[in-house]
Design a protein around this ligand. Structure first.
Ligand code: SF4
Length: 378
């Protein structure tokens, strides 16, 4: 379902036929899941407090010392099949010192090793700190769930605990859009992610149009699942998500790459509506569906404690620590021994699907045994 319709690019350029974050490629190559992707939580500081933030509960005002960068680089070096690194927060660029002393060395390492890199940023700070990343970074990943500065104000500071003036929010909103335009013009691959949730599910075409105006090279769309900060937010029905994706496919720019992730629709579904949508996603040009990387080909390293998680949501406790074990060892422990992994590690090669995300399974398919199902549409 995901990248199968596109020829692989020998130049290893990121495009719809080559998404190095999708676990299906390494699963096919090695015949089993291997660790190819390491995400690092580099800060818990952030200038925003978004309603939907996946790591909102971890955000702080002051943070402790980090583990030595040399240890992290050593652990990355040991990962045999490493293809990508991702740097996340908080807002990774919140402190300029982090940009210079941590982020740039990590990105430089990735470049020298020939692997791809991504930063998850809100892009609301001064242009100069993002500009510094231009020579090294492959994907600047931002969240964009708004149609106006009012949306941004309401969503972006929902959890700040004190009121933030509308003018302040508006300035940040404009800075984010200007930064995206300038960075895109300078050659950066800016990928904007929109969450499908109770606020956005009827507005995706409009959000898409704004993302195009911001010069983004890719629009990512993921349903929002209730975790951590977002726990209390209303859950959309599968029908609403399906309708929302269809409305976006109807209105999208056919020349811009659309990447769908963590969708709750599978080729083994008995629902005719879902099967139709899956077929459409497969047939549409410039549309890909990424399999969920969490616990399939990716781990998350906390740069303060060295603890390793299979998701950055931290709902599943740490699996080990880079201080004492290699990342491949820790990943294999999860893969081979954890009962939760055994509930979602199905694989239908012809459908390009390697099973549901853990949150998706928990939220919509509690009683479904995916291991006993197989793809109907191929
Ligand atoms: S059984 Fe698993 S791998 Fe096969 S289509 Fe369903 S979710 Fe995907």
């Amino acid at each position: 379902m995901s990248i199968a319709n596109f020829p692989l690019d020998p130049q290893n350029v990121i495009h719809p036929g080559n998404d190095p974050w999708d676990p299906i490629a390494s699963l096919r190559q090695h015949g089993r899941h291997v660790l190819t992707s390491v995400e690092m939580t580099i800060t818990n500081l952030c200038n925003m407090r978004c309603e939907h933030c996946a790591v909102g509960d971890s955000l702080v005002m002051v943070e402790p010392e980090q583990i030595p960068l040399s240890l992290v680089l050593k652990r990355l070096d040991e990962v045999e099949h490493l293809k990508t690194i991702s740097i996340t927060g908080g807002e990774p660029t919140f402190r300029k010192q982090t940009v210079d002393e941590k982020i740039i060395p990590l990105l430089r390492y990735a470049k020298e090793r020939g692997i791809k890199s991504q930063i998850n940023s809100n892009l609301t700070l001064d242009y100069e700190r993002y500009e510094k990343l231009l020579p090294y970074l492959d994907v600047m990943h931002i969240s964009f769930n708004y149609t106006s500065a009012d949306d941004f104000h309401e969503i972006g500071f929902a959890r700040s605990g004190h009121s933030v003036k509308r003018e302040v929010a508006e300035r940040m909103y404009e800075t984010m859009m200007e930064n995206s335009i300038r960075l895109s013009q300078a050659g950066m691959f800016v990928s904007a992610e929109t969450m499908i949730n109770y606020r956005t599910y009827r507005k995706l075409p409009e959000i898409h149009r704004m993302i195009l105006e911001m010069g983004c090279k890719r629009h990512e769309v993921h349903p929002m699942y209730a975790a951590d900060f977002a726990e209390g937010l209303p859950l959309l029905s599968l029908e609403d998500i399906c309708m929302s994706v269809e409305s976006l496919l109807d209105a999208r720019d056919p020349d811009t790459w659309m990447l769908f992730g963590t969708l709750p629709f599978f080729a083994c579904s008995p629902s005719e509506t879902e099967q139709k949508l899956i077929q459409r996603l497969r047939d549409e040009p410039m549309v890909t569906v990424r399999n969920d990387p969490d616990g399939r080909n990716r781990v998350n390293v906390n740069m303060f404690t060295g603890e390793v998680f299979v998701t950055d949501f931290a709902a599943i406790p740490s699996f080990g620590n880079v201080d004492t074990e290699s990342l491949d060892q820790i990943f294999n422990k999860w893969l081979h021994t954890h009962p939760l992994n055994k509930t979602v590690n199905c694989y239908c090669d012809a459908a390009g699907c390697c099973g549901p995300n853990l949150l998706v399974k928990d939220m919509y398919y509690k009683d479904i045994d995916f291991k006993s199902r197989s793809a109907i549409t191929l």
